[in-house]
Design a protein around this ligand. Structure first.
Ligand SMILES: Nc1nc2c(c(=O)[nH]1)N[C@H]1C(S)=C(S)[C@@H](COP(=O)(O)O)O[C@H]1N2
Ligand SMILES: [Mo]
Length: 452
């Protein structure tokens, strides 16, 4: 039992799992009522009410002069400079590569637009919306061209969903556990509210011809990135997005037009969209053959694996952080998502997977979107191993790393969604480790990833 905890906190509910994982309902029922008291060890107690009248306390510098003027477009506080994307350009071709969302430094579920991860194959084009248009052609009754002004007149709708690169978490395949912070290891995924036009509406105008099964989507970047997408998905929930989190798309994320295919891997969400060609077959582009496919143990390739499987990640505490307050009460929190629909449950373990407790899921739980989970944990001061696993509404359970390796072999680079282990040492330092068995059996050298 922990000395620092007020007695009323411990009175009601028994622990939910081993090594100090508490019942998630503590956060709701008791936390709301006793929140301030229960977390008291974290705050420092005020010494006296008289302090409020002490002029030094009451009048810091920013209360002695008027604040600064209005601004036309806000920016984060200057003290928050560390909350930044981690940029990892290709060593040879610097306009190709990635930048990673600092998931470990964020809360809630929406990724601020300026921190949405980036994946470009040849830089961010500077597109004049007045000179940009979208062509729908191929197996249609009539080819149509839409300029951006035309498109803005169509009825729009919003969808909140994640976009995740098929190569996210690729360091999970490495022989040696990456010590990058959570976002710089798993942050090729972000979650936004996208607003735009359901593509089915535009396809109806063009008239889909018999035999059309695939849609070739092409972007207006210097790479002219293109991929093949089953027509069914486009008609089901494909969106031509114009807005991101309430404002027009950021240039990095596809301004002025991008394809959004909720739950499907990043590469098919074509940015700077300029062409949709209806076809009877896929085009077999570089990014659906040589890239974003998985070479399996038997030598065959797993291709067109569009749906991003369920995944979860403890964002705090996570690798590189320290449990500064010493033994005591902490909140474990993280994100879970599934390309198949809603997250049904997230389970957390503090004893290396021997026992699991259900975490609290923050409402609303949206399909194919980030779901925030939280659970209180009493750290004893002894070494611990934290894990989380997501279970989605189809019953799919996020696999252990070893299960993923058994299934896919050791030649993979993409589509890694194994359970992540954060280790805690006696000083409270967090790191990334593999389960012993998985570590022994991983024979191939680390992938020296260069995103091209
Ligand atoms: N035109 C174009 N679209 C593109 C890409 C690109 O390089 N060019 N990259 C793709 C890949 S691989 C991913 S993961 C997502 C990344 O979207 P984001 O940069 O908005 O996060 O965009 C996809 N769409
Ligand atoms: Mo990607």
């Amino acid at each position: 039992m922990n000395e620092q905890l007020p007695s009323h906190f411990q009175a009601g509910l028994p622990d939910a799992a081993g090594n100090g994982l508490m019942d998630r309902r503590v956060l709701l029922k008791r936390g709301l009522v006793f929140g301030a008291t229960a977390w008291l060890p974290v705050a420092s107690a005020a010494t006296s009410v008289d302090n409020i009248r002490n002029p030094d306390l009451a009048r810091p510098q920013w209360m002695r002069e008027p604040g600064r003027e209005f601004s036309t477009y806000g920016a984060p506080a200057r003290f928050e400079k560390d909350v930044a994307r981690f940029t990892a350009p290709n060593r040879v071709m610097r306009n190709s590569g990635t930048s990673w969302t600092p998931l470990h430094l964020l809360e809630g579920t929406i990724t601020p637009s300026g921190l949405h991860f980036e994946r470009h194959h040849n830089g961010v084009p500077d597109i004049d919306p007045g000179a940009h248009s979208l062509l729908i052609h191929g197996r249609v009754d009539r080819a149509l061209t839409f300029n951006v002004q035309d498109l803005l007149r169509y009825p729009q709708r919003s969808t909140t969903c994640f976009i995740e690169c098929g190569g996210n978490s690729n360091a999970g395949w490495n022989k040696i556990p990456s010590q990058s912070q959570a976002g710089y290891f798993h942050g090729l995924v972000s979650n936004s509210e996208w607003t735009g036009i359901p593509l089915g509406v535009l396809f109806q105008e063009a008239g889909v011809k018999r035999g059309a099964k695939w849609v070739i989507a092409e972007g207006a970047d210097a790479f002219a990135m293109h991929v093949s997408i089953p027509l069914e998905k486009i008609l089901d929930d494909g969106m031509l997005a114009l807005y991101q989190n309430g404002e027009r798309l950021r240039p990095e994320n596809g301004y002025p037009l991008r394809l959004v295919l909720p739950g499907w891997e990043g590469v098919v969400n074509v940015k700077w969209l300029r062409r949709l060609e209806l076809s009877d077959q896929p085009v077999m582009a570089r990014n659906e053959t040589a890239r974003y496919t998985d070479l399996l143990g038997d030598g065959t390739a797993r291709m067109f694996s569009f749906v991003m499987e369920a995944k979860s990640l403890i964002t705090s505490p996570s690798s590189g952080m320290v449990l500064k307050g010493g033994p005591g009460l902490y909140q474990i929190t993280g994100l879970a998502w599934s390309g198949r629909g809603r997250v049904k449950k997230v389970e957390v373990s503090a004893d290396a997977g021997k026992s699991w407790a259900e975490a609290e899921l923050q409402e609303p739980i949206l399909p194919r979107a980030f779901t925030r989970f939280r659970i209180p944990w009493r750290w004893s001061g002894a070494p611990a191993l934290l894990k989380s696993r997501a279970i989605d509404e189809t019953g799919y359970v996020q696999p252990e790393r070893q299960a993923l390796i058994d299934q896919r072999g050791r030649h993979g680079f993409y589509h890694y969604n194994g359970i992540v282990n954060w280790s805690v040492d006696e000083q409270g330092n967090l790191g990334h480790v593999y389960d012993e068995l998985a570590a022994q059996q991983s024979g191939t050298p680390d992938i020296d990833a260069d995103w091209d």
